[in-house]
Design a protein around this ligand. Structure first.
Ligand code: AMP
Ligand code: FE
Ligand code: FE
Ligand code: ZN
Length: 288
């Protein structure tokens, strides 16, 4: 009998706010003993090709992304993350939305830097952009600048209320979550709500929204995640069972921007197979 495959469906590379390049990431995934890894950079598919090229034998790559979304059902609207797996990366409307969000992230990053500078904090937008190296820019890149400037010691500290968590936090221009679910489905992809109960990141959406999203085409919920307490994981599981949604578990690995390790949480093979069977955009890739 062989051991159950180890499946991690949520990771980031330098194509967004991770610290390993896509090639380094797939090698690290193999070294960590994973059988399947999904590359899910924020609002981009830019890392896919390099990950495919560097794919080590024995590892299957699920091409994906994590879309910056917002639920406009309350005021102020609540930001949330939607994982999207195996969608067609050339679907024009989805491509346009992702490009729009990435551009808005740059404008917002620059505005955050101006706010910091107005308070006499010396961080350079040019340096932060260089740090993102062409990948999707996010607050973790600004956090790195705060660390370099000696203002905070860690990324978590940079996300505290005095810094990027509140005082210098500006909203992004996210995709309406119902539109995102529809676009991912139209591109043959499988949408899964990332860390839906992560209260430590900010406000969370009510269960009624998850019910509505399930009716609108949401396929699953990420249950096992670093930012969920045991009670939150159990709640997500219960909700998924009620709504017929699949559940995933994943590391949300970001390299040294976070402490979590590849494979820290994993997805059951049954749920993984359901994702693959549902998808019609692109296929999983295994090196030959
Ligand atoms: P942004 O997408 O620019 O709003 O930044 C959000 C990103 O910052 C998330 O995808 C995480 O990678 C990271 N992040 C959010 N909250 C924290 C936190 N409390 N500590 C460390 N990193 C965080
Ligand atoms: Fe991130
Ligand atoms: Fe996320
Ligand atoms: Zn993530």
């Amino acid at each position: 009998m062989t051991a159950a495959p180890r499946i991690d469906l949520h990771t980031h590379s330098t194509a967004s706010d991770g610290t390993l390049s896509p090639a380094e990431l797939v090698r690290a995934a193999a070294d960590a003993g994973l059988d399947v890894v999904a590359l899910t950079d924020h609002d981009t598919t830019a890392g896919w090709e390099a990950a495919v090229r560097a794919l080590p034998p024995g590892l299957t790559l699920i091409r994906g992304a994590e879309l910056s979304c917002r639920w406009f059902g309350v005021e102020p609207a609540i930001p949330l993350h939607l994982l999207a797996y195996l969608f067609d990366p050339t679907e024009p409307e989805l491509v346009a939305e992702l490009a729009r969000v990435r551009l808005a992230r740059e404008l917002r990053g620059e505005r955050i830097v101006r706010l910091l500078q107005a308070d006499g904090i010396e961080v350079s937008w040019r340096e932060i952009l260089a740090g993102a190296a062409g990948g999707t820019v996010g607050r973790p890149h600004i956090a790195q600048a705060l660390i370099r400037a000696g203002l905070v010691a860690t990324t978590s500290e940079a996300f505290g209320p005095d810094w990027l968590g509140e005082r210098y936090r500006l909203p992004k221009e996210d995709i309406d979550v119902f539109r995102a679910v529809a676009l991912v489905r139209a591109a043959g992809g499988v949408p899964v709500f990332a860390h839906p109960r992560a209260t430590r990141r900010g406000r969370i959406v009510p269960d009624e929204l998850i019910v509505a999203l399930a009716a609108a085409g949401l396929a699953g919920l990420e249950a096992d995640h670093e930012d969920h307490s045991p009670a939150e994981r159990a709640h997500v599981r219960g909700l998924a069972a009620e709504l017929g949604l699949l559940i995933t578990g994943s590391s949300d690995f970001h390299g040294t921007h976070k402490t979590v390790r590849l494979g820290a949480h994993t997805t059951d093979p049954g749920a993984y197979e359901r994702i693959v069977a549902t998808a019609s955009g692109v296929t999983p890739v295994a090196s030959g």
